[in-house]
Design a protein around this ligand. Structure first.
Ligand SMILES: C[S@@+](CC[C@H](N)C(=O)[O-])C[C@H]1O[C@@H](n2cnc3c(N)ncnc32)[C@H](O)[C@@H]1O
Length: 229
């Protein structure tokens, strides 16, 4: 997905996403003095909620149009960078990556590279929290909100571990179409990639709930990862 033209409609498109609940989940792992970075911060909603609660949080995203929107709400440093080539001269206690950012990577080789890059900017006792998409089937959905109609179609190929989706949104009489391909990573693949780069998965959650254990049939998965030392 390009997130170029889509950027200006992103927040409206995901208007019913529960960012407040997701941020509460994140706060279970964060101390007030922690230095945080949001990888694939997009339009900066998690970062801005955390900033409003007094946390110091930077952001990184590949897409300038998304960062331009994030800049209107977040006051700390925002890096226009690819997770596959992070060049930041600072270490963070907490690294978050929310809403399927890593599913944009094409295979476990890229996932391993991304995890290595995150490890390089993590303090020794720091924590990484990544949130992955974990579809169970194919489907479609149409709904309307305000002056927007949103159509989503997704096809999940379980064998290839690939989800192809198409989103069409009609807003003020204009129609935009966007497609994306997500590589769906299994819990075992994430654990193995972590192990290969000296990280370890401490816990897997589902639905942004510290009391719920993530499994292969969870709709989404949150991984708590630390350095293996
Ligand atoms: C679904 S959006 C999630 C945005 C935000 N984290 C949220 O929860 O709303 C995925 C974001 O990941 C970013 N992204 C995708 N691939 C990336 C990469 N290789 N490096 C950095 N950011 C990437 C996209 O530009 C986009 O902003």
């Amino acid at each position: 997905m390009e997130y170029k033209e889509f950027a200006k409609y992103y927040d409206k498109f995901y208007h019913n996403k529960n960012y407040a609940k997701e941020t509460d989940f994140l706060m279970s792992f964060i101390n007030q003095s922690d230095e945080i970075i949001d990888i694939g911060c997009g339009t900066g909603i998690h970062a801005s909620i955390l900033e409003q609660k007094g946390f110091k949080i930077d952001g990184l995203d590949l897409n300038k149009e998304m960062l331009d929107i994030a800049k209107t709400r977040v006051h700390s440093t925002l890096y226009l960078q690819n997770i596959l080539g992070i060049n930041i001269n600072k270490k963070y206690n907490i690294i978050i990556s929310m809403f399927a950012v890593l599913n944009h990577l094409k295979d476990t080789k890229e996932l391993e590279k991304a995890l290595q890059n995150l490890k390089n900017i993590l303090t020794d006792n720091g924590k990484i929290i990544i949130d992955l998409h974990n579809p169970q089937s194919s489907g479609n959905k149409i709904d309307s909100y305000d002056n927007m109609t949103r159509t989503m179609e997704w096809h999940y190929d379980k064998k290839l571990k690939i989800e192809n989706s198409k989103i069409i949104f009609e807003i003020n009489g204009q129609k935009y179409t966007d497609t994306h391909t997500f590589r769906i990573f299994t819990i075992d693949e994430v654990k193995q990639c972590c192990k290969n780069v000296g990280l370890v998965v401490k816990n897997v959650y589902e639905n942004y709930d510290v009391n719920k254990c993530g499994t292969s049939i969870s709709k989404n998965l949150q991984f708590l990862i630390c350095k293996d030392i």
